[in-house]
Design a protein. Sequence first.
Length: 253
Amino acid sequence: MKKVLKGWLTDNAVTVNNKTDKILLLQSAGSLVLDDVLEEMQKQDTGLRPETMRHAVTLYHRVVMDLILNGYSVNTGLFRAVPQLTGVIEGGVWNKEKNSIYVSFTQDKALREAIAQTIVEILGEKSNIMYILETEDKKTGLKDGSATAGRNFFVRGAMLKVAGDDETVGVTLTNAAKSVTKLTDDLITINNPSSLTLLLPAELTEGEYTLTITTQYSSSGTLLKTPRSVSTQIWIGGKPADGESDGESPDEI
């Protein structure tokens, strides 16, 4: 299969004083889950029944996860997974409130070879767009979407400044049960166009959340009539070690 990544040229929000500095923002092709992957596998005419493929893939996931979480460094050829322990150990005791298990994934030979054969298409310039480039859990330093309740959370991108009087403007966290928590203004401790620092509510339970930033801010200085939003997935308590819920590419509106 031909491998192509497409991207838009946009201003680099980090280098404020360089007006010609550009980055390439990936145009997402969409978000897929295991069922979609299995459907693509079925198109390869493997001769295997769908239920056989599903069993094999889910068994593979479970075995790899068990090996990683028993201390093995697992090299699949596609990726290498290594378990890590984070946080300061106080009194020689593991504390789940202050310590966490994190699994790092790095590309391996097969993926590196495929990357070398991937074509990048530049779609042109797209200015004044809103996007999230990266996040960081200020407690752990992790930039994989991990977050800690009651601690600072950094978001970097463009056009992120929370501004405007529309009732939808602000920062929200939506959990898997679709319950929405809206951050009060005092929890947005740094509010810049290229970055936000958020103090996450201490009462948030562990799990996956959709973080959404909605604003009427524009670079022209005139508020937008219609608010726009950008979202990304974060995980309170750390991103799942099994990798079943991967963060999506930065969304843009």
